[in-house]
Ligand binder design. Structure first.
Ligand code: HAM
Length: 415
């Protein structure tokens, strides 16, 4: 036998059972997105590398270490998208979507980050992202959180909501100075990465995943002490609305998020039973980004839900529609089986025909695995039907389609 080609580490196929579950989850999620007035946007997987350097930030884990970047045949540096917000803003600016109008957009698809794979962390993973443009007040953030709660609740996911504010750019520059002063005072306790970041992007030191840094970071100044009136009013407005909506939250003073584009509100849902990779959904406000990427200044906020993590946590997955009929047949009668299947499909039923020429025993095994409500065995003399229920009957060939359709009740998902 020839040597097999291995798949890429951290990049998995979704096998049929999983894919079917994902599709049903996506359908339920779509219904909630519709209920909140969001419209789908389908974004490309490839963008210019510069987009992420400018949007996510040069000095972030994503851009420094995790992107799949390559030169294409024209010599342009391109990257597989590590997240969806930057591409959504880029596409929206190019298409003029943000001119004097609000937008509520969502997307779903694969993202790519060269992280160390472990449970809940993959190199190709999927996000359901939601982005709202043109709304400056905290109302939209509260509405986004309500939507996030619905999406998690729809699948029985239990997660704590953490919220914080990064304030305005003015608050951040004062905070930055205080943080640098603190970090300089503790330079000996910092690892090499953090010392480098301290000079270029000190807030990112707070994202350090090095456990040895936890202690020194725990006593670092808190951004809330640097909020100005604007920042405080925005945060108070946001948390008041959450309370009015009955959403439970915890204020997390050290939550800064790992991407540079946020201002004001940031939030994350952290699940209890997901181990180290516990953040299932995360986002915040990013008012500066549209302007930063060459558009007119536009307020914006959004979040992204990690679908692998959602699937790992989901307790309540919607049931799929089982196949209606499984047709077993000796190879010599395949043509009859195909004809019967076509008339059943005309009536809106889902039908699988066993065309593998297997023994009756293995056909029956496959038929039972299929979960079909009715099994039909083609014989020279007619058709043997079993189900719904355990009843078995022998019907004439010419009556078979009608008998099956009547006993199952016609359904028409295909037309
Ligand atoms: P993020 O926090 O980088 O934010 O990712 C959002 C979610 O994607 C995470 O909470 C997690 O569930 C999932 N995720 C991230 N990396 C991985 C991975 N390697 N394997 C599995 N799941 C992963 C963003 O991407 C922002 N664009 C969110 C946003 C939208 N902010 C505003 N709008």
């Amino acid at each position: 036998m020839n040597r097999q080609v291995a798949g890429v580490r951290g990049v998995a196929a979704l096998l049929p059972d999983a894919a079917a579950a994902w599709t049903r989850v996506e359908e339920r999620a779509r219904a909630w997105l519709w209920a909140y007035g969001f419209q789908e946007i389908r974004l490309p997987v490839l963008e210019r590398t510069e987009l992420y350097a400018r949007a996510v930030g040069e000095v972030t884990d994503i851009v420094e270490k995790e992107m799949y970047t390559f030169l294409d045949r024209n010599g342009d540096s391109l990257s597989l998208r590590p997240e969806g917000t930057a591409g959504c803003v880029r596409a929206g600016i190019e298409a003029g979507l943000f001119h004097h109008q609000t937008q509520r957009l969502w997307y779903l698809g694969p993202m790519f980050r060269h992280e160390r794979p472990q449970k809940g962390r993959y190199r190709q993973f999927h996000q359901l992202g939601v982005e709202a443009y043109g709304m400056a007040g905290p109302d939209i953030e509260a509405e986004l959180v309500a939507l996030g709660e619905r999406l998690l609740g729809a699948f029985g996911v239990k997660a704590r909501l953490l919220i914080n504010s990064l304030g305005t750019p003015e608050c951040r520059s004062r905070y930055r100075a205080a943080l640098v002063a603190y970090l300089e005072g503790h330079a000996a306790a910092l690892d090499e990465d953090s010392r480098r970041r301290m000079a270029r992007n000190p807030l990112r030191v707070l994202d350090s995943k090095n456990p040895e840094m936890a202690e020194v970071l725990a006593s670092a100044p808190r951004i809330a002490d640097f909020w100005n009136e604007d920042a405080r009013a925005h945060f108070d407005g946001f948390s008041e609305r959450l309370r009015a909506l009955g959403v439970r939250y915890e204020v997390a003073p050290r939550l800064v998020r790992g991407l540079d584009y946020y201002s004001h509100t940031v939030f994350e849902w952290v699940a209890e039973d997901l181990g180290a990779q516990a953040t299932v959904c995360a986002g915040g406000r990013y008012d500066g980004l549209v302007g930063e990427l060459g558009g007119a200044p536009t307020p914006a906020a959004g979040f992204a839900l990690g679908l692998e993590r959602l699937m790992a946590l989901a307790r309540d997955l919607p049931a799929g529609r089982a196949l209606d009929v499984f047709v077993m047949t000796p190879a010599a009668l395949n043509a009859r089986a195909l004809t019967l299947a076509e008339s059943l499909r005309d009536a809106g039923l889902g039908v699988e025909v066993h065309l593998g020429g297997a023994s009756p025993k293995s056909q029956m095994k496959r038929a039972q695995q299929s979960g079909a409500r009715c099994l039909a065995r083609i014989e020279e003399t007619g058709v043997v039907l079993r189900g719904p229920g355990d009843s078995e009957s022998h019907v004439a060939w010419s009556d078979a389609a009608e008998r099956i359709t009547t006993s199952l009740g016609a359904r028409n998902e295909t037309s």
